[in-house]
Design a protein around this ligand. Structure first.
Ligand code: HEC
Length: 204
């Protein structure tokens, strides 16, 4: 009996704790948030979101680039959006994807060959917020300054980001063709974009 009452007591304590947490108005987890003047608040928790891929020295404009500059870019997505994508092959409203570019360096510790990730050089966000960004298909881009965490300004629609993402990305303006855990899902759910399917068939 004593054991049962302890169990009931601790269950009640958990319920009270849950009630207190929700009454405190804990923010909805993971979704985008903005300042009053429309900048995006830095998504501090992104490093514990779902990891999608790392691109090495990727360049979409210049084949050669600076031979001494090496960058690795890591892509993360908020877990709720990832779960929805796994079920449907589509991104839900309030999807937040972040691309974190880091210098890839050679000299450090025991390393003799290859490169490892060092400091952040840039962080960019691609966010789906359908009501807010109606004019640009529900998506918008934001760029955080260098390694800074100050709220980011929205990147204007004519800056070139949208044009490339719309014209070449595999699913709903996101580059799922470069995210190896997502591409098979999109194929299975048949959510690949017409633009991507056309490019893919041209390569074969
Ligand atoms: C010429 C094509 C091109 C342009 C222009 C471009 N991107 Fe991308 N973007 C890509 C590719 C390719 C990837 C996949 C990166 C990877 O695999 O690591 C990507 C991925 C991203 C991601 C990760 C989420 C996603 O949508 O897949 C973000 C965030 C992003 N880009 C932001 C931007 C911003 C901001 C700009 C404009 C300043 C921009 N991009 C311009 C090709 C482009």
């Amino acid at each position: 009996m004593r054991r049962a009452s302890t169990l009931i007591g601790s269950a009640a304590a958990v319920m009270v704790a849950a009630f207190v947490a929700s009454a405190a108005g804990a923010p909805a987890p993971q979704g985008p948030s903005y300042t009053a003047d429309g900048r995006m608040v830095f998504p501090k928790a992104y490093r514990s979101w779902v990891y999608l891929s790392t691109g090495m020295d990727m360049s979409y404009v210049d084949r050669a680039g600076d031979p001494d500059m090496h960058v690795l870019d890591n892509v993360f997505v908020n877990p709720a959006a990832y779960e929805a994508f796994r079920r449907t092959g589509r991104w839900p409203d309030k999807t937040v994807m972040i691309l974190e570019a880091r210098r890839a360096i050679q000299n450090g510790s025991i390393n003799k060959r290859g490169r490892f990730q060092a400091d952040v050089v840039a962080r960019e966000v691609h966010v789906k917020d359908q009501a807010r960004f109606k004019a640009t298909g529900g998506w918008a881009f934001f760029g955080f300054e260098g390694a800074g965490e100050a709220p980011a300004r929205m990147i204007p629609a004519d800056a070139g980001c949208i044009a490339c993402h719309e014209g070449h990305a595999a699913v709903d303006t996101t580059f799922v063709q470069f995210y190896p855990t997502l591409l098979p899902l999109a194929r299975e759910k048949q959510t690949l974009s017409a633009a991507y399917l056309k490019e893919e068939s041209a390569v074969k």
